[in-house]
Ligand binder design. Sequence first.
Ligand code: HEM
Length: 439
Amino acid sequence: MARTDTIVARTPGTPLPETGPGARCSAELTRADVAAMVRDEVQRWLPPAEGAGRDPLGLARIVTQEVRWVGSHSLDRSLLADLAAVRHARRGQDARLDAFLDCVLARYDDRYWNRPYLCLPLLEQFVEGPRAPLTHTGLVALLAADLVRFELCASRRATPVSALGRPDGRTLRTRLRHAVRLLTADLGEDLGAVLLGGVSADPLAGLPEVLARLPIAPAPWAAEWLEVSVLPTSTVHDETFFIRALQTHEMLYAAAARLVGDATACLQAGRPDLAAGLVDRVTAMVDRGQSLFRMVATMRYEAFHTFRESTDGASAIQSEQYKRFEVRCGTPPPDRLECPAFEQVPSVSAELADGRESLTGAWRVARLRRPHDPGLARLATAMAALEASHRRWKGTHVTVATRMLGEARGSGHTSGVAYLRAWVDHRLFWAVPELDAQQ
Ligand code: HEM
């Protein structure tokens, strides 16, 4: 089968199942219970114990509970040393536990950055490989659903977690509305309307119905490990939702990068019409990614400034998927390649060095060979729309960052907002002058 047929036949993914009746918020263990349980569980894993019935998910769950109580940044040093010993002894026996422990231990290992902060080594196991149970966009829906579940259940429990607790009712409703809009793009309008109705007026009144209708991973293991894929550094309530927002961004841009690669292949195969359709889908994704900023804008300034004290060194500037998306659109000019954005993503620089063709490169070849192909005009319109959408995304990012950060430096050690502003007018398709007329 030709490559374009394979691309066209690739379905966006089967619909996700609903959680179903009886879905409840999980019970929260006390601080004392968690502290005792995590010690006992780790002892069962430490060599030389062979202990029958060890359960990797059980270990990850209790460590996650401990993280929720104290923040990954403040885990007890001796617990970290024990977890490192467990990892050393058991490495290779369970890929999910390996990934989970690498994320928990990143600071201890002195390898802390965006990937372990966002638990990406674990999340990627949900979407990569021939037997992966989810597509990137399916995972976007699940991350947003988990965010809704987390906020609603925290509100229902009403337990004080830290001085910087949960959002007030109005802020909660705004946050939930944006999250539900984000996830319903994959679920269809009917379910979207039910969920939006459920969270708009009095979210706690409709809690059982909303929890039952939220999507869940089709493979039980993915549903279970998703629970342990958020490891806040602090006990500030809003950090969990901030991590979910950034994880969602990674998955959206992973999907976008892949689609841009597919569009390039279609163009190289002489099908600019198919390429244009794929670029339109990318534009819809970048537009959709803007709702993450609307969600993050519901975060309190004090909350952000409290937890960012412990996230220094982990920044979205290290987002590999965002940079992969960028290079698949077109090789960036030298000033962009030499700026901090690319210094921090060696895997993407390696992809560039491999000489993989970008959409810009394929466009320039096609334009020379078939200057009057009407499909190319349609593709140019689609590329211009993507450029405009990405420009809007950057503008909104600057607005949110200005409000939350002010004059402070970025956690990726740039000048902060000044850095972001400097790149707002930079273009993905800067080497396609034909698009200028459409801007
Ligand atoms: C409190 C809200 C936010 C603030 C204050 C903020 C601030 C910043 C700053 C200062 C940078 C420059 C790098 C650094 O020094 O860290 C940056 C980069 C970045 N941020 Fe944000 N950001 C926020 C939210 C978000 C969200 C929600 C997303 C994704 C949806 C995001 C995606 C990115 C990306 C992809 C980059 C890299 C840009 C590049 O490569 O040029 N940010 N952000």
